[in-house]
Write a protein that binds this ligand. Structure first.
Ligand SMILES: [Zn+2]
Length: 331
């Protein structure tokens, strides 16, 4: 089949919902840090996470919060914001935006108010990206413009090593029907996730593009690649509702690692796997580099797209989920 005859785009990627909520990271507890600002304790309580989960994202969190408060003219854009001084400017913003309660706690209502007009001026677009033809996979799909930059860098590196990136699609249309098995909070709606071709792994040891290893309940993806290292992995294969693990020796590159380097995360299977192949989710790559944990919201990521405004969003079943916060209630 020539490139021209390949299907070009599919607006409904196979993923049915996002990964399950990851567990709390054991270890770093606030108590072990000695005196902590009470505002930080309140914030973690509101988010429902312990400090071990928050800490790796703390720098980006306060950087974005400062950017948003500066956008609204509440703080000086150059003034540093951190865990000791964020509550007062947040209270000030809340006072200026009734009926928000001026409690200094950046909860879902406050974050949405901080981000709705900021999101609209981002003017992001859905843009085309190329994928590598494989079987019935796509050779072109679309993602959000900031995600496309990272995807293209990832694909360039994978191709330079002799590997490929296949595709089953990326963006889910706003008006795609929502059903029990199809989440109304899918990260695919905002164009921040893409799916490798679901039949390019777990199928056939001799011809698959990817080999999928199970590591602590998450998937680790390997791709065949001429310049990869020869290694042996325990690859999971699927057939008729069950899996088997087989050793595969080939020249491989670690896609999960390369993806992480470029801002993308792979996820693990949902509970319905291996009963249903579509629950495997090994193909799902979500671009976490463009989202700020505990600030980005499902709705504000949609509103960041030029042609999705609040009027349009409010006519969809997704609207009710607009305030869900990334890594707190939205994954
Ligand atoms: Zn997906």
């Amino acid at each position: 089949m020539s490139d021209q005859e390949q299907p070009e785009e599919m607006t409904d990627p196979p993923c049915q919902e996002e990964s399950a909520e990851p567990g709390q990271v054991a270890g770093t507890d606030l108590e072990s840090l000695g005196p902590t600002p009470p505002e930080l304790r309140l914030l973690l309580g509101d988010l429902g996470v312990n400090f071990g989960v928050f800490e790796p994202h703390e720098g980006r969190y306060f950087e974005r919060l400062r950017e948003l408060l500066a956008f609204h003219g509440v703080v000086d854009p150059a003034a540093p914001l951190d865990r000791t001084n964020f509550a007062e400017p947040v209270s000030e913003f809340q006072r200026r935006h009734p009926p928000l309660t001026a409690d200094g706690r950046p909860g879902p209502l406050t974050l949405f108010e901080l981000q709705r007009s900021w999101a609209r001026q981002r003017g992001l677009k859905f843009v085309a990206i190329d994928a590598d033809p494989f079987g019935g996979g796509l050779n072109r799909t679309r993602v959000r413009s900031d995600v496309a930059v990272l995807y293209n860098a990832l694909r360039e590196e994978i191709k330079s090593l002799g590997g490929i990136l296949t595709s089953s699609g990326a963006i889910r249309d706003l008006n795609a029907p929502v059903s029990a098995g199809r989440s109304a909070t899918s990260i695919h709606y905002s164009g921040c996730a893409l799916d490798l071709f679901i039949s390019s792994g777990m199928q056939n040891k001799a011809s698959d593009a990817y080999f999928i290893e199970s590591v602590d309940g998450q998937w680790n993806l390997w791709a065949r690649a001429a310049s990869g290292q020869q290694r042996t992995v325990n690859a999971v294969f699927f057939k008729n509702g069950s899996t088997r693990t087989e050793q595969v020796t080939a020249n491989l590159i670690n896609v999960t690692e390369l993806a992480a380097k470029h801002g993308f995360a792979t996820i693990g299977p949902r509970d319905c796997f291996p009963g249903e192949y579509l629950c495997a989710e090994w193909w799902h790559l979500q671009c976490e580099a463009v989202l700020v944990p505990f600030i980005s919201q499902f709705g504000t990521e949609m509103l960041s797209i030029e042609d999705i405004d609040e009027n349009r969003l409010s006519t969809t079943p997704l609207f009710k989920n607009r305030r869900l916060i990334f890594k707190a209630q939205w994954f």
